[in-house]
Design a protein around this ligand. Structure first.
Ligand code: AMP
Length: 283
């Protein structure tokens, strides 16, 4: 595995792969890797000849009062994990390599970035779309892999790839969970033992609603109510919304189209997100 920190070296190395007609897969991350990230890497390894993983804690997607400076980091461990997965290139640029002085050009997503997390994290998806677009231009992958855990991020990135004619296939990988159901997240490490237990309410609430849906319940209010009962124990429920799977607008009741039940909640001072996809059975 090659660890690369500059765009020039990355381009030079990938040039050889392209000349050899190798399919390049890309997994962008903010590091502190867990099994969720490793599932994206495995998906890339299965589909592509070469996998590039990036580790970059992107300052432009953090709000003023968010956890940019305390975001968990363990580069050496991440490097070992990537090596163990057979990653070809680990791209870990510094902040100045990605955002040179006088940087002032951003990618501004549209309506998909407005609800859910977008409503509580102003500018977050502008930062995400900008850095993903920049990383796409640096790596120029054939396929890029994103986790369903960040459902709205997947929607924004897919839209951006279409709108900006980026010749990249976007693959969404299902959410990887701890044995008890908690969605894996780098931020889980902030949780105390008690908070870790409290956080389970999120996945349990979403799973309960999914269960109702699978038993035939199609009323939006009812599905939300089922989830909400569990979520009453979190410190602050930021949102719990059932949205259309494509537009991310509030889903019509009864459900007739694929939808997503999405939640964001604070457990102590840690903000966690999760979702389940409600897909109607095909007849
Ligand atoms: P992050 O490092 O949190 O920015 O995440 C990098 C990528 O990993 C994103 O595409 C996330 O959606 C994905 N990811 C994070 N957690 C999980 C998980 N539990 N299961 C699947 N993918 C995940």
């Amino acid at each position: 595995m090659q660890t690369i920190t500059t765009v020039a070296e990355l381009r030079h190395t990938l040039e050889k792969c392209r000349r050899a007609d190798q399919l390049v897969g890309f997994v962008p991350t903010m590091g502190y890797l867990h099994d969720g990230h490793l599932a994206l890497i495995a998906a890339s390894q299965a589909k592509c000849d070469v996998t590039v993983v990036s580790i970059f804690v992107n300052p432009t997607q953090f709000g003023r009062n968010e956890d940019l400076s305390s975001y968990p980091r363990d580069f050496l461990r991440d490097q070992e994990l990537c090596r163990g997965q057979g990653v070809a290139i680990l791209f870990a640029p510094g902040a100045h390599e990605v955002y040179p002085s006088y940087f002032e050009t951003f990618v501004e997503p549209g309506d998909l970035a407005k609800p859910l997390c977008g409503a509580f994290r102003p500018g977050h998806f502008r930062g995400v779309a900008t850095v993903v677009c920049k990383l796409f231009n640096m790596v120029q992958p054939d396929v890029a892999f994103f986790g369903q855990k960040d459902f709205q991020q997947c929607a924004v990135v897919r839209r951006m790839a279409i709108d900006l004619n980026l010749p990249i296939e976007i693959v969404t990988v299902p959410t990887v969970r701890e044995q008890d159901g908690l969605a894996m997240s780098s931020r889980n490490r902030y949780l105390s033992e008690e908070e870790r237990h409290q956080a389970l309410a999120i996945s349990r609430g979403l799973a309960a609603a999914l269960n109702e849906f699978c038993s035939g319940e199609r009323r939006v209010e009812k599905l939300i109510a089922v989830a909400k009962k569990h979520l009453e124990t979190v410190d602050t429920l930021q949102y719990l919304e059932l949205v259309d799977g494509d537009t991310l607008k509030t889903a019509d009741s009864p459900l007739r189209r694929p939808a997503a039940l999405c939640a964001a909640a604070y457990v102590g001072s840690t903000r966690l997100i999760d979702n389940v996809i409600l897909t109607l059975p095909t007849r």
